[in-house]
Design a protein. Structure first.
Length: 343
């Protein structure tokens, strides 16, 4: 995500992207006019043409550096290019009769704190709206997807349920450049509230306020992301140790899923402008980096309890990773070769 204006991303053949990532794994796709058969992709300013061609990773086994810590439990990093800040959700211990986790969205300017954005957000995963004016948040406090206006933190509702039933506890979210929202709905933060999904955890899509089910058979879906060309939706199955890929149509609908990769406890995810996928393994405390074809390019260690990742910094080549132990979560960083998505 970025606070730059969002627009259409150019047409790019999936085969070309795969070849670039496997052989060069470096060159961001160029911007061009999208046709009606092409799904909207990355917003302008996120993956511009002309970036230096170099490998995304300087090695195959890397380690990120801890930049700041002392948080309760961090999730959902999002880079705001304008102020040069990182937003993160910080979840506290479950409380009350329903055992719901409170959450605060902090503003960070690594390696320092910059203040509070929303004190009672109830949020987990974060993304930016298509117009760059709001943070789209998976909000488990009221089992919904919400939008927080960047100007003042005002909250509105994006989605409240499916077919009259409340979600479990929305967890991670990604936004297409035309405003279509995809999110995962595991049961991690449902607490003692009634299960209105009948034991189902799933992946959903929101188009013009209408909620559609993408896949209701994924066990504890977690991280979710779109490829830069908008043609592939990735979703992690935390309860299956698998990452799935879905072909995306221009209207936002998805096709049959395939297995993209397998890692232990897949959590949050981000992508770079060459289409490489950076998937956090919560169980291993590291980020697995895959080409668009699913070939593993290397790993980045960040320590125990890694939850999510996002690109940021002035050139968006710094990968920020949230990781730690409950009561002492922190933000880790490492500079890489290819710019990427700020969420």
């Amino acid at each position: 995500m970025t606070i730059d204006a969002w627009g259409s991303f150019g047409r790019r053949s999936a085969a070309v992207i795969g070849m670039i990532s496997i052989l060069l794994a470096a060159v961001p796709p160029a911007t061009a006019a999208a046709g009606p058969e092409t799904p909207p992709g990355a917003p302008p300013g996120v993956c511009d043409a002309g970036a230096p061609a170099q490998p995304p990773l300087p090695g195959t086994a890397l380690s990120a550096t801890r930049l700041l810590g002392g948080f309760s439990f961090l999730e959902g990093p999002v880079w705001l290019a304008g102020p040069g800040q990182l937003l993160v959700s910080d979840m506290g211990a479950a409380a009350g009769a329903q055992q719901v986790q409170p959450s605060t969205i902090h503003r960070l300017a690594p390696p320092t704190r910059a203040g509070t954005f929303v004190a009672a957000s109830g949020s987990n995963g974060l993304a930016l709206s298509a117009d760059g004016q709001q943070v789209i948040a998976a909000t488990h406090d009221n089992r919904s997807v919400s939008a927080f206006r960047l100007a003042d933190g005002a909250r509105t509702v994006v989605a409240t349920g499916y077919q009259g039933r409340a979600f479990n506890s929305p967890n991670d979210v990604t936004v297409r450049s035309d405003g279509v929202v995809y999110f995962t709905d595991p049961s991690f933060q449902r607490g003692r509230r009634a299960d209105e999904m009948g034991g189902r955890t799933g992946i959903f899509r929101v188009t013009n306020g209408q909620v559609s089910l993408v896949d209701g058979s994924v066990r504890q879906p977690n991280g979710i992301a779109l490829s830069p060309d908008g043609r592939v939706l990735y979703a992690g199955a935390y309860g299956e140790n698998k990452i799935y890929a879905y072909a995306v149509q221009p209207d936002g609908s998805t096709g049959t899923r395939t297995v993209f990769a397998s890692i232990a406890a897949p959590d949050g995810v981000t992508v770079d402008c060459a289409g490489n996928v950076y998937w956090v393994s919560n169980g291993e405390g590291r980020v697995h980096v895959f080409s668009p074809a699913g070939t593993e390019l290397g790993t980045i260690a960040s320590g125990a309890g890694a939850t999510n990742a996002a690109f940021g910094g002035p050139d968006r080549r710094t990968l920020y990773i949230t990781a730690g132990r409950t009561g002492d979560y922190g933000v880790y960083g490492i500079t890489l070769g290819v710019p990427g998505y700020p969420y």
